[in-house]
Design a protein around this ligand. Structure first.
Ligand SMILES: [Zn+2]
Length: 256
């Protein structure tokens, strides 16, 4: 059976209404092109990459800030220790210079303590210097990240503007196609339109032209027996391709 099948009441539409189905199929193809374009805008993928990089940069800056805070505290602590050691050395030296310490053993002890405090001071100053150097490096790294962050934000703003412009254009074309589709659909009987939409939902394309004995939906040549059935079918009978089940629309080019 070329029509809806043995157990299905044949669907009927005037040849003009059937031709509308081809225009409808063109509009639906345009609508799906627009939908595909919207979902595959290069700006969308690029923005996703920018988002990923921006998040990495934010994390990197947080880590650099934490490191800077830690190093700052380390430096302050070491500087404070240096101050304590220094004032202890000053006190010891003052006692040595005061002449109040006379016992040889006590003098020796004090002098030895000063020597060991000086070594301790040198070690602490080394720690201060090291913390300062690491802070400088962390500062430079943070500045680099912040520079890249600003450039990423700028690029993201440009991409967002481009994406929004593209989306607006797509939206306008879509509204136009949608309005034309609504007007066209009004000329097609409801049951034919429902059949068309059902096939479109399954196959992507609901109706195709029969051109020179070939279905333009699946591009297969129809068997002679099917062509003969179509020849015999009334002009207002909605016929379907035996291969892809799409609605086949007959025109002067059908080769019947
Ligand atoms: Zn077909």
């Amino acid at each position: 059976m070329v029509s809806g099948g043995a157990n299905v009441r044949p669907v009927k539409a005037s040849p003009e209404a059937q031709l509308r189905l081809l225009e409808l199929a063109d509009l639906d193809a345009e609508l799906s092109r627009l939908d595909h374009r919207r979902r595959s805008l290069p700006e969308v993928a690029q923005l996703a990459q920018m988002d990923t990089r921006a998040a990495e940069l934010r994390d990197g800056i947080v880590m650099a800030d934490t490191e800077l805070g830690d190093l700052g505290r380390e430096q302050t602590r070491a500087e404070h220790d240096v101050e304590q050691v220094r004032s202890r050395i000053d006190r010891d030296r003052a006692r040595l210079d005061s002449g109040q310490v006379s016992a040889a053993r006590e003098l020796e002890n004090l002098q030895s303590e000063v020597q060991s405090l000086l070594r301790r001071q040198a070690d602490l100053e080394e720690i201060v210097l090291d913390a300062m150097e690491r802070r400088e490096a962390a500062d430079a790294r943070r500045a680099e990240l912040a520079t890249e962050q600003a450039s990423v934000a700028e690029q993201a703003a440009e991409l967002t503007a481009k994406r929004d412009a593209a989306l607006e254009e797509i939206g306008e074309q879509e509204a136009k196609a949608q309005a034309a589709r609504t007007a066209l659909a009004a000329d097609v009987p409801a049951d034919v339109l429902a059949l068309y939409d059902r096939i479109r939902a399954q196959q992507g394309v609901g109706a195709a032209m029969l051109r020179r004995g070939r279905c333009e939906g699946c591009h297969l040549a129809l068997h002679t027996v099917d062509l003969n059935q179509i020849r015999a079918a009334a002009p207002d009978e909605v016929v379907r391709c035996e291969e892809c089940r799409r609605i086949l629309v007959r025109t002067a080019e059908s080769g019947l």
